[in-house]
Design a protein around this ligand. Structure first.
Ligand SMILES: NC(=O)C1=CN([C@@H]2O[C@H](COP(=O)(O)OP(=O)(O)OC[C@H]3O[C@@H](n4cnc5c(N)ncnc54)[C@H](OP(=O)(O)O)[C@@H]3O)[C@@H](O)[C@H]2O)C=CC1
Ligand SMILES: O=C(O)CCC(=O)C(=O)O
Ligand SMILES: [Mg+2]
Length: 742
């Protein structure tokens, strides 16, 4: 039993989950207080992280502490108990949007220097670059991941299946990937025999440039290095564009520019340049003078040409129009507003976008607002085959049926910045042709690649202890759920081949008697899992970090309609618990809807599930019976909530996020009133349950009555607490009942 006081840290993040927090957290805090459990917020929002990192630019009353760093430290301690909501992993346009809003609010933080000129600007850019992209998750994820649909969620989805677009064999939708020159074809990997320190050096025409120096590697650590040939990429993109037009399919690029924050924006930028090639060629000088950066999306071009004299602007706009006319149709993010797939690198993120496409018969939206077959461009082949295999399966067998299909839970390797999460500071856009060498302390070259100017070279690292822990977690999950487990590892990929060696060493350290455990390539594993899924059978996917990300959106979206309904546990390697809410992101579209019509369709089911496991973890750790009881009753309440279909509706005028929280509070109070383990809590919550029940109609009228008109929350990246709280807690009756608990 721990001696520290029981506390749950609840992260305050961004966009829809942050809005939902204004409504849900006061309820949660009031309920848990009864059990002596404090729930404290930690601001890890994009705006919070910016302010924490630029303290020296702020007045004393504007300064805030670095909550992410604090939580990162905590995650390494046994007492860690963190409920983590999705946060923005910011692309440059998102980062700049947040900076602008904060500046307008009177925070004198610096602009993002696109092309830093002085040392001071370089240091500002470095700090911002640490805030951008996946800057939160790798810090908190000091453990591997266990994501699955809880039984109640799966049962509900089978009883009330969501809509699934039909598939036919003549669908023209497909995945298009490079056939050479990608990361997949160039990967080299090694396991360190001893602890060592390496440098990454570019040797070019006799000159040496240190790209990274003094990188410490542990014994048993796996490194992998690969490059993307830009020449091959550009040829491929041009070919894909030429192929899409006669096939009549949408041109759509699917990347992870947020998580792969160095490599993927560059790849995205090439796609922008290839699609709008005539414009970039003809107006190269103007774009240079304007400082256009295609890596930030075509939106950057459109924004920057606004500053041109009207005649020049009109000429460029005409050339852009011509590109649209002559090129293939582009997949749209918002056809009403003319926002295309190429506008912003973070609008289409592969983990969410590919499953959404597969759920919709392989189609995406075109410029007319109609759905159309799509060429999904995923340049690198490392994982693209998983989507093609799924599409092939749907073409052969028709759409999957959520009413009968099985499940694919995931055990994912991600602890201690494993794999791609550790690549950010070791990914480079190569400035000159030559050789990139990884040299150990003795100067021996461990890995080398021939490169050309513009190529992307990257190195990932994976420590041994997380791999061991991952194998153990896979066996534990297979045993507990009596489900076959498949390691999705491709023996033909250098990195995976190293991992297979380790899996073969670590698996025998566990009791695997009677368990069905396989190692298969991602494509074979997809097929294997899908063949089982249609028979209603479950198969655990045991994967690396990227597939963890992809599969925990893919299967949940197909199985239960959204990854928001996933239980997402990270057993921290030092004994603590990180409980993530759902497996999706922060749903920017939901905020737009809330601000324009006062309806928030964010589903907080992920938060309910995470909170229940967090309370259970705390209860066990501190032998706190009340916390255990709160956990048990919250789970029971969540089941009723699902059964009674209290998820937020998608459309204005019907139950939204706030109303859905009312029902959770009601059912939770009823379950606490029903139990006989703790008389004090029983009595306390009997009164609450009665008040909530008697006032149900009044509260719902107050909550739903607040819908239908635009909402002012005083900001996007940093809403004003008072306004946001007022908007998210519009029922005085409900607020008073909750306040009576505190
Ligand atoms: N763990 C994390 O912190 C993660 C963060 N992100 C970040 O989130 C942002 C948005 O990413 P994006 O790729 O658009 O993915 P999102 O998961 O935010 O959104 C995709 C769609 O999924 C549905 N959805 C997701 N969560 C919920 C929920 N709780 N309730 C109801 N519907 C939900 C919504 O569909 P509909 O609109 O049809 O209702 C939404 O538009 C980015 O900044 C990204 O970096 C992304 C993934 C994970
Ligand atoms: O870390 C990120 O940026 C995204 C994480 C994500 O999408 C996930 O964990 O599913
Ligand atoms: Mg994801």
């Amino acid at each position: 039993m721990s001696t520290t006081s029981p506390k749950i840290f609840y992260t305050f993040t961004d966009e829809a989950p942050a809005l939902a927090t204004y409504s849900l957290l006061p309820i949660v805090q009031a309920y848990t207080k009864s059990a002596g459990v404090a729930v404290e917020t930690k601001d890890i929002s994009l705006s919070g992280r910016i302010l924490a990192n630029f303290s020296e630019f702020l007045s004393d009353n504007q300064k805030i502490s670095d909550a992410l760093a604090e939580l990162g430290q905590l995650a390494k301690k046994p007492e860690a108990n963190i409920v983590k909501l999705p946060n923005i992993s910011a692309s440059i346009p998102q980062l700049k949007g947040a900076i602008k809003e904060l500046q307008e609010k009177g925070f004198a933080i610096p602009d993002y220097p696109d092309e830093p000129k002085s040392d001071k600007e370089k240091s500002i850019k470095d700090t911002y670059d640490k805030i951008k992209g996946s800057a939160v998750n790798p810090v908190l994820r000091e453990g591997n991941s266990d994501r699955r649909a809880p039984k109640a969620v799966k049962a509900y989805a089978q009883k009330h299946p969501h809509k699934m677009g039909a598939w036919s064999a003549d669908s023209k939708s497909h995945v298009d990937s490079m056939s050479e020159g990608d990361f997949y074809s160039s990967e080299k990997s090694l396991t360190m025999e001893n602890e060592t320190t390496v440098d990454v050096v570019l040797v070019s025409r006799g000159n040496e440039t240190i790209l990274k120096s003094g990188l410490k590697l542990l014994e048993g650590e796996v490194i992998d290095c690969s490059k993307m040939s830009i020449k091959a990429l550009v040829d491929f993109l041009a070919q894909a564009k030429a192929d899409a037009k006669p096939k009549g399919v949408l041109f759509s690029i699917h990347l992870k520019a947020t998580m792969m924050k160095v490599s993927d924006p560059i790849i995205f930028g090439h796609a922008v340049k290839v699609f709008f090639a005539p414009v970039f060629e003809k107006h190269a000088d103007t774009f240079n003078a304007l400082g256009v950066n295609p890596n930030n999306g075509f939106g950057d071009v459109l924004a920057k040409i606004q500053n041109l004299p009207s005649e020049k602007r009109a000429e460029i706009e005409k050339d852009i129009e011509l590109c649209y006319e002559q090129g293939p149709d582009l997949a749209m993010v918002n056809s009403d507003k003319g926002i295309t797939n190429l506008h912003v690198p973070s609008d289409v993120i592969i983990d969410a976008s590919m499953p959404a496409m597969i759920r919709t018969s392989g189609q995406m939206w075109n410029g007319e607002g109609n759905s159309q077959d799509t060429k999904a461009i995923i340049p690198d082949r490392s994982y693209a085959g998983v989507y093609q295999a799924t599409i092939d399966f749907c073409k052969e067998n028709g759409a999957l049926d959520p009413a009968t299909m099985g499940s694919v839970p995931n055990v994912g390797l991600m602890a201690q910045k494993a794999e791609e999460y550790g690549s950010h500071d070791k990914t480079f856009e190569i400035p000159a042709s030559g050789t990139v060498e990884v040299r150990d302390a003795s100067g021996e070259v461990l890995i080398s690649h021939e490169v050309e100017a513009g190529d992307i070279w990257r190195m990932c690292q994976t420590k041994d202890a997380p791999i061991k822990d991952w194998v153990k977690l896979a066996v534990t999950r297979a045993r507990l759920s009596e489900t076959p487990a498949v390691f999705w590892l491709d023996e033909n990929r250098a990195h995976d081949a190293e991992l297979i060696k380790k899996v073969n060493i670590y698996l025998p350290e566990h009791d695997t008697d009677g368990l069905e455990i396989h190692i298969m390539s991602p494509i074979d594993a997809t097929r294997f899992s899908l063949e089982r899924i249609v028979k209603g059978q479950d198969t655990i996917s045991v994967t690396g970090n990227v597939l963890r990300d992809y599969l925990t959106d893919l299967f949940p979206i197909l199985e239960v309609g959204t990854s928001a309904k996933m239980l997402s546990i990270v057993p921290l390697m030092n004994g603590g618990g990180l409980f993530e809410t759902g497996a999706g992101g922060s749903a920017p579209k939901h905020v737009q809807q809330f601000v324009s019509e006062g309806h928030l369709r964010w589903d907080s089911l992920g938060e309910f599930l995470a909170l229940a496991v967090s309370l259970e973890h705390l209860g066990r750790m501190y032998s706190n019976e009340e916390a255990m009881l709160l956990s048990k009753t919250l789970d029971a309440a969540t089941s009723v909530w699902l059964e009674e279909n209290r998820s937020p509706a998608r459309v204005v005028g019907k139950l939204d996020n706030r109303g859905s929280h009312f029902y959770l509070a009601k059912y939770w109070a009823e379950k606490l009133a029903d139990q006989n383990e703790n008389a004090l809590l029983k009595e306390k919550f009997q009164a609450i349950a009665n008040s909530l029940s008697q006032n149900e109609e009044k509260i719902l009228t107050e909550l739903n009555g607040a819908q239908g008109s635009p909402q002012d929350i005083g900001g996007y990246f940093k809403p004003e607490e008072k306004l946001a709280s007022k908007a998210m807690r519009p029922s005085e009756t409900f607020n008073e009942i909750i306040a009576s608990l505190v």
